[in-house]
Design a protein around this ligand. Structure first.
Ligand SMILES: *Cc1c(COP(=O)(O)O)cnc(C)c1O
Length: 397
């Protein structure tokens, strides 16, 4: 059994704050500043450029990729870390289209995160080979996959409502039609058990600053199924993905396996932060995290529905169809969230009317859930949200 009192002690949570936004930016693990101080002073500071070899910086994208592999059901040597998720989506999609040259359709849904769709649009423009991005409603996604589908680009959990796709069904349908699957794990990795190899995903991508707590701007990761890894042609053919970067050849030859998904110089400080942030997962069984997330989410929904009649549940009621967040709709959701933040409960808001609450058992327990419900109930009952200061929109909501 996972000891959630122990996992909580891994984090430096701000005093007096109830943090329900770990689905957007995980809090600071206390091991991270210690590790960064070490890397900066003793590695970068003392070793300078020799750190690439002596401190093993050059292998970090693979080594830390292996630690993520364990969390998503991937074999060692199939995941690499680097760049941002938008870039990893582009890479995976470009590879998939390349592997299905006779097909023209990229299938996705309107619940996907916009950057995934924007990257697809940009790739279609650059290729200029008549590809089409076919968007359906999430509930019609499975039916939209057909014989002309090159790639299914699917984010498992909807960033607004927390609605979770049935990935086993979607992957089976895609493969039956001969399409490749790119599974975006942005709201899955670290939220519940994931099995990319068991379900046969062709590509999987995700970020590390949400449930994996690696800090703002932390690098993304990409998984390529082992049987495809030596066949994909990297669209972003950077020198770090070359077979022999330090041969400095004038022509590009893709590196072996997942290494070819590396692009340029890896962000060592941020990967070191990720490496330290991943320590907590050595103590954790993801099945326990999922069970606790469901229990806390049910408790939160029941509490809010009992106390706040003006809020409507935007997430699926069936926990099996939710990720690890709960969303409510309220016309003045932005202001209500600002009022909550002013009272020390941090969630966030997604236009036009969604109040989002991340449920992250590593550092949130039943006591925080109950106190958050109490504070929200008080704000709604007193209309405390209706203060001009709470209606002023900031750049990041
Ligand atoms: C958070 C998120 C992103 C963010 O992409 P970045 O390039 O890291 O900014 C992309 N896709 C999905 C589905 C997300 O949830």
């Amino acid at each position: 059994m996972t000891d959630f009192a122990k996992t909580r002690a891994f984090f430096d949570l701000p005093e007096g704050i109830i943090y329900l936004d770990g689905n957007s930016l995980g809090p600071l693990p206390s091991a991270v500043p210690v590790r960064l101080d070490h890397v900066m002073r003793l590695e970068w500071g003392e070793m300078v450029i020799t750190g690439w070899n002596r401190a093993g910086w050059i292998d970090m994208p693979r080594r830390v990729g292996d630690r993520i592999a364990r969390l998503i059901g991937a074999a060692p040597g199939t995941v690499v870390v680097g760049d941002t998720l938008s870039i990893k989506v582009y890479q995976a999609l470009a590879s998939a289209l390349d592997l299905r040259p006779d097909r023209r359709k990229i299938v996705s849904d309107s619940g996907n995160f916009p950057t995934d769709l924007y990257m697809a649009e940009g790739l279609i423009r650059s290729l200029d080979r008549g590809h089409e991005l076919s968007l359906s409603a999430p509930e019609n996604l499975e039916a939209a996959i057909d014989e002309d589908t090159a790639a299914l680009l699917v984010t498992e959990v909807d960033y607004r409502t927390g609605r979770r796709h049935d990935m086993a069904r979607l992957i089976a349908k895609a493969h039956q039609k001969g399409a490749l699957v790119i599974w975006d794990l942005a709201h899955s990795a670290g939220a519940f058990p994931v099995d990319v190899s068991g379900l046969g995903a062709d590509f999987a991508v995700g970020c590390t600053y949400k449930y994996l707590n690696a800090g703002p701007g932390a690098p993304a990761f990409i998984y390529v199924a082992p049987e495809l890894a030596d066949r994909v042609t990297p669209a972003l053919s950077g020198w770090m993905g070359h077979e022999a970067p330090f041969a400095f050849d004038l022509d590009y030859r893709a590196g072996h396996g997942i290494d070819r998904m590396r692009v340029g110089t890896p962000p060592i400080l941020q990967i070191a932060a990720l490496d330290a942030a991943l320590d907590v997962w050595d103590e954790v069984d993801l099945a326990d995290v999922r069970a606790q997330s469901v229990a806390l989410s049910e408790r939160f929904i029941a509490g809010v529905e009992a106390a706040c009649p003006d809020l409507t549940l935007a997430s699926p009621r069936d926990p099996a169809r939710r990720g690890s967040q709960v969303a409510f709709r309220f016309e003045h959701g932005y202001a209500a969230m600002q009022a909550m933040i002013a009272r020390g409960v941090i969630g966030d808001f997604r236009a036009p009317d969604i109040m989002r609450f991340g449920i992250t058992p590593l550092y949130v327990g039943a006591d925080e859930i109950d106190r958050a419900v109490g504070i929200l109930a008080e704000i709604m009952a007193t209309r405390a949200w209706d203060e001009p200061a709470y209606h002023r929109r900031e750049a990041v909501t």
